[in-house]
Design a protein around this ligand. Structure first.
Ligand code: ADP
Ligand code: MG
Length: 324
């Protein structure tokens, strides 16, 4: 007998209220009532984010359910990270073609892994039958006035990015047979696409240090240009400085790798600006949180410029747009 809607919620989603077996004590009423009742810590601002993933659009129709759930949660965690917020509560709007046990078990497992790591409690949602689509809403906390913003960078600030960029887009190209690479490199790029790491701890560490921050979802060039523009600045990116993984460098030519890095998107790394006088504080704050790389500077002249050792030129930021 196929599962009913409520059995399905009880079996797969209610356990995600306390993914590590311990319910957060700020969840007064969770899944099972008409609404969740949540207690925000005193003297805290709430940061709320939401992202929708549609099958065939944000993930391949045959994507593994573990990866789908991971990405649905990761992209929202990444938005909270970019705001410098500590994740707390999630809502999940799920449209599902059928109640398949294997699919739902894997979906819940993919969610649980990341939810445990970031102490995220699933406090409610909605489940309907329909084309596969996940909408996740997350709430996080920041001390009053301390949220990171896209606006706030000033001309002269250094531009940094975390981790490596371009891997996710190259991984997608591998999945679509548009990029051929030796097996181990291909597998690493695909893993980076299917299981991106949201930089939550880094976002928290950047509070009070970064003058502006954004996460890399639509492409490094586009997102950097967005942050610069929100800050009333332009920017220059040094092509030689772009941090490329060994997998990407081994799978593509230098020019191709830079193209993936600049235009690819879905890396979910943090891109942020730091004034010169805070670089020592930055080094101390990010110790042990993974690599960061300085890739350029904000300028007073609007627009994006790319720099190679012998020349500098204006470039179109490009980037992903669902309606173009
Ligand atoms: P109502 O009809 O009152 O809106 P629902 O029947 O939609 O309630 O949901 C029952 C309970 O299950 C609610 O607490 C709701 O938040 C929760 N819920 C429904 N779907 C999900 C889901 N996909 N993930 C988490 N909680 C869910
Ligand atoms: Mg409902």
């Amino acid at each position: 007998m196929p599962l009913g809607e409520f059995e399905l919620i009880d079996r797969y989603f209610k356990p995600l209220a306390a993914p590590d077996g311990q319910l957060r004590d700020d969840v007064r009423v969770g899944i099972g009532d008409d609404g969740a009742v949540l207690r925000a810590p005193p003297d805290t601002e709430l940061v709320v984010v939401l992202d929708t993933l549609v099958s065939g659009n944000h993930f391949l129709p045959d994507a593994a359910p573990r990866s789908i759930a991971h990405r649905a949660l990761a992209v929202n965690l990444s938005d909270l990270a970019a705001m410098g917020a500590q994740p707390a509560w999630a809502l999940l709007g799920l449209s599902l073609p059928e109640a398949d046990d294997r699919f739902l078990t894997e979906l819940a497992a993919g969610w649980r892994e990341l939810a445990v790591r970031h102490e995220v409690s699933l406090v409610g949602g909605d489940t309907t039958r329909g084309p596969l689509c996940l909408t996740v809403q997350l709430t996080g906390f920041v001390p009053p006035g301390n949220a990171l913003r896209r606006a706030g960078a000033r001309p002269g600030d250094l531009l940094f990015v975390s981790g490596t960029v371009g891997d996710s887009a190259a991984g997608l190209a591998v999945l679509k047979s548009r990029l051929q690479a030796p097996e181990t490199l291909a597998r690493e790029l695909v893993r980076r696409h299917e299981f991106p790491t949201p930089r939550v701890a880094l976002g928290l560490a950047l509070r009070g240090i970064a003058s502006a921050c954004i996460d890399v979802s639509d492409g490094l060039a586009a997102d950097a240009a967005r942050m610069a523009s929100a800050s009333g600045c332009g920017l220059t990116i040094d092509l030689d400085a772009l941090p490329l993984s060994a997998a990407l460098a081994g799978a593509a030519s230098v020019d191709e790798a830079r193209e993936y890095a600049l235009r690819g998107g879905e890396d979910y790394e943090l891109l942020f600006a730091v004034p010169d006088h805070r670089t020592a504080a930055l080094t101390a704050a990010v110790a042990g949180l993974g690599d960061i790389t300085c890739i350029g500077r904000l300028n007073a002249t609007p627009g994006l410029r790319l720099r190679a050792p012998t020349r500098i030129w204006s470039a179109d930021p490009g980037g992903w747009d669902h309606f173009r």
